[in-house]
Design a protein around this ligand. Structure first.
Ligand SMILES: [Zn+2]
Length: 210
């Protein structure tokens, strides 16, 4: 029994999703291989598509399908994706020109990487974590490991940030204790005077330049 649901689409037990009585396509949860095969066929024959609800290149279509299927069937996803092997997805640089040349982006799944390659990837991501490392192309076999690595790093970074904030806060408190409330008021007064002087100077400069 499959309970996959996406908006108004629901899976019937034949492995296909329906919106009312209209068949939408293979179910990503219980018919994942067929779902991905269909997405592969579409991505390899479409440079750019536009529907009522969606648009994008073949490459984007494929990437979306991968994300969706992974979410719908997380336990079997990796082995199914590995069996897909290779996808030559199409794309165009500029969809507004219909004559634009079709380009190909190849995705390779199930490729073994050495420990060294994985560690290098982690290092370069660590220096500039501007993408989700588990989605790195060519590393699909290591998705779980890379996702865990990202979560762990993010946790550590958050803890570091919280600690730094707490330290800043503590040093502010210590400073206040040292100068006392009267000292603080004196500082504010002094700053106010400086601000007034600065405003006056700006005012003068402005009237000169007119
Ligand atoms: Zn299903």
């Amino acid at each position: 029994m499959c309970d996959h649901k996406n908006g108004s689409e629901t899976c019937r037990d034949n492995g296909y999703c329906y919106d009312g009585n209209i068949q939408i396509g293979p179910c990503p949860a219980c018919n994942t291989l067929v779902y991905l095969q269909a997405a592969k066929a579409a991505a390899e024959s479409t440079g750019y598509y536009e529907s009522e609800t969606d648009n994008g290149t073949g490459v984007e279509l494929w990437e979306k399908a991968v994300k969706f299927a992974r979410k719908a069937n997380p336990t079997q996803f990796n082995s199914i994706l590995t069996s897909i092997g290779r996808v030559n997805a199409l794309y165009v640089n500029d969809p507004s020109t219909s004559s634009d040349e079709l380009l190909v982006k190849t995705f390779v799944y199930g490729e073994e990487k050495s420990r060294d390659e994985i560690n290098k990837l982690k290092e370069s991501w660590f220096r500039d974590a501007c993408w989700d490392i588990e989605d790195t192309e060519g590393f699909s076999l290591y998705y779980d490991e890379l996702l865990a690595f990202r979560k762990q790093c993010e946790q550590e970074w958050e803890a570091e940030y919280a600690m730094r904030k707490a330290k800043e806060e503590a040093s502010l408190h210590a400073e206040l204790e040292k100068i006392g409330t009267i000292g603080l008021l004196r500082q504010i007064k002094w700053l106010e005077e400086r601000l007034d002087q600065a405003l006056e100077r700006i005012h003068k400069l402005e009237s000169q330049s007119k």
